[in-house]
Ligand binder design. Structure first.
Ligand SMILES: [Zn+2]
Ligand SMILES: [Zn+2]
Length: 600
């Protein structure tokens, strides 16, 4: 447990493998053309792979990949050493005399403040070459020792796309060839499987197939419309968090959708956040804004509720509030980036001494919720103050708060790593990064300490010393927003939600018309027991009905024919394909309730 230091990617073996594979690919590609005709730009490792940018006499296509890969494997088999050499700018320019992109990069290195990829850096410039076989690149490394350390069966070229030189649309469009490289063919295979699986699980695609939500030009971009099934999911998710919050001692409030712009000027949001707000609505010279966050509203409510004594603290306000944020249309993405988002937001008003216990309470709640949603692989990024003037308030407060957070994380046995300089200007924070079943990391829950806003908005409590003090506020979201979290859940579960979260938990399937009455009766008993049930009375054959329920990922298919009708039973079939033996209606209800309690 406790603090973990993450090994930076650049220090890993995979980084060296991918970086070296990028050089080898660049050699293979340049060799396809007469000397000097292929212009090379940059080729860094990236997450899960690498790329290289080229200007070539003709457009490459995936049909070229087998040829390039074959040549790469030959270079690998020859076990060429990677040799490093530091050179002067003159020598570097002479080497790359016919390579205009390299010349530009060398000039950047010469001037300083730029690395060999043209990214800003602070260190003094060292110009170095890496050479393997006949290929030399402007490069600071690191690389493997020789090409033979790359597994020839664990590399693959993925695609080719256009990319502007230095990301500038006024500069030439280059060809960017993407590849991936791993330590073993098994790792490569697993990676390719995950890519395929991610495509199948895409929540935009599954959302349509399962009939959960739609977007319409008539309503506007980034404004999802939820079907009855989609709304049921939202309702179940919000209900569950609400029930849990109540159990942990949080109270729910409601603060509406419109707020006077002045409040955001006083809270400081207007200056920092106005580009993310929808334009104002003006009524008799008063400007209103659609609410982009709840904090100022909750703080105003705290103030309006009268003078507070230290005895009333902590006070915990939670709200499911639909907020509106002006996201650029190009950045909208299914449910994960929308313009109308429903936050499961909470603000705790407490004393400085209560930060640790309140943070701890939030941690426990978040862990319970993440576990219920079957996110078991997560870690916390603890963002602390760094150097520089953006961090306001006194040292003592920061140190105390940072220590309180650290100590609560340790006491709860939560894996965390520290990120210095990543804190918000108003206080330290903890973000939960959870991995889904495909190993992708999502930032979900967050807890933030705030020393600033409460003072700005004039919040106070009377302390034990009879003097007025400013409370500290903890901002917290458990699942983040209902919309984004639902998008993540759809992909995490591939649409096969746990029974408790399934909008339809069971479908009763009568084999023939004469079984319909019995099917309806059985369904009614299940409904009275609190289950969400449908009867498929359509004219399709049983197998077609089962297939349909399977596609809809309904947990239980309950087949009824003569035998079941006579015995007052149901023949359950699970969406896994498992066929259970027939059971009484009561026995099935008991099983379903057990599955719901177990969270399966
Ligand atoms: Zn390099
Ligand atoms: Zn807040």
């Amino acid at each position: 447990m406790a603090e973990q230091i993450e090994i930076p990617y650049i220090q890993t073996e995979l980084y060296r493998i991918r970086h070296s594979a990028a050089h080898i690919m660049a050699q293979a590609v340049t060799e396809m053309f007469p000397p000097g005709e292929a212009k090379v730009a940059i080729g860094p490792p990236i997450e899960d792979g690498f790329y290289y940018d080229f200007e070539l006499p003709r457009q490459l296509t995936p049909d070229d990949f087998p040829v390039i890969e074959k040549r790469m494997r030959q270079i690998i088999a020859a076990r060429h050493a990677f040799q490093r050499r530091e050179v002067s700018a003159e020598e570097a320019k002479a080497q790359f005399a016919d390579q205009p992109y390299k010349i530009e990069l060398i000039e950047g290195l010469e001037r300083g403040g730029m690395d060999e990829y043209g990214n800003p850096v602070s260190e003094a410039p060292v110009i170095s070459f890496y050479t393997h076989d006949v290929f030399t690149d402007l490069c600071r490394g690191p690389h493997v020792e020789h090409t033979g350390q790359i597994n020839p069966s664990a590399i693959k070229l993925m695609n080719v796309a256009g990319a502007y030189w230095r990301g500038d649309e006024k500069r030439p469009m280059l060809q960017r060839v993407y590849g991936t490289a791993w330590k073993s063919p098994k790792e490569l295979e697993e990676y390719l499987w995950k890519l395929e699986e991610a495509k199948k699980r895409d929540h935009r695609k599954l959302g349509k197939e399962l009939g959960l939500f739609y977007f319409s030009d008539d309503v506007g971009p980034g404004l999802p419309l939820f079907t009855p099934k989609g709304e049921m999911l939202r309702h179940l998710m919000e209900d569950y968090v609400r029930e849990t919050q109540t159990r942990y001692g949080y109270s729910h409030v409601w603060t509406g959708h419109l707020v006077k712009e002045d409040l955001y000027k006083r809270s400081g949001h207007y200056d920092n956040y106005k580009d993310s707000m929808f334009p104002p609505m003006v009524d008799e010279n008063v400007r209103f804004r659609l609410k982009p966050m709840n904090c100022p509203s909750h703080m105003t409510l705290y103030k309006e509720m009268g003078r507070h004594s230290y005895r009333e603290l902590p006070m915990r306000f939670a709200e499911f509030a639909t907020l509106y944020r002006y996201e650029k249309t190009g950045e909208l993405n299914g449910l994960t980036r929308v313009r109308a988002l429903t936050q499961d937001d909470c603000h705790t008003f407490c004393t400085e001494e209560q930060i640790e216990s309140e943070f701890s309470l939030n941690l426990k709640l978040i862990r319970e919720v993440l576990e219920r949603y079957r996110f078991t692989d997560y870690k916390v990024r603890l963002s602390l103050r760094g150097e520089g003037g953006k961090y306001v308030q006194d040292d003592e407060k920061w140190t105390k708060a940072e220590n309180a957070l650290r100590s609560a994380l340790n006491a709860n046995g939560v894996d965390f790593f520290e990120a210095t300089g990543e804190a918000a200007f108003y206080g330290p924070k903890a973000d939960f990064m959870a991995r889904d079943v495909l190993g992708r990391e999502w930032q979900l829950s967050t807890i933030q300490v705030d020393f600033i806003q409460p003072a700005r908005l004039g919040l106070a409590f009377i302390g034990e010393d009879n003097a007025e003090h400013t409370p500290v506020v903890l901002h917290r979201a458990v699942t983040g927003t209902t919309e984004r979290f639902l998008g993540v859940l759809i992909e995490h579960f591939a649409g096969a939600f746990p029974v408790w979260l399934s909008p339809i938990q069971a479908v009763v399937i009568p084999i023939a018309d004469r079984h319909v009455d019995y099917a309806r009766q059985a369904a009614q008993s299940l409904r009275e027991a609190g289950l969400r049930v449908e009867v498929n009375e359509g004219g399709d054959r049983m197998n077609a009905k089962i297939r349909d329920a399977q596609n809809q990922k309904i947990p239980y298919m309950l087949v009824v024919g003569d035998k079941e009708m006579e015995a007052g039973q149901l023949a359950p079939r699970l969406r896994s394909g498992e066929q259970m033996s027939a059971v009484s209606v009561e026995a099935f209800i008991a099983k379903a309730k057990q599955d719901i309690a177990d969270g399966v």
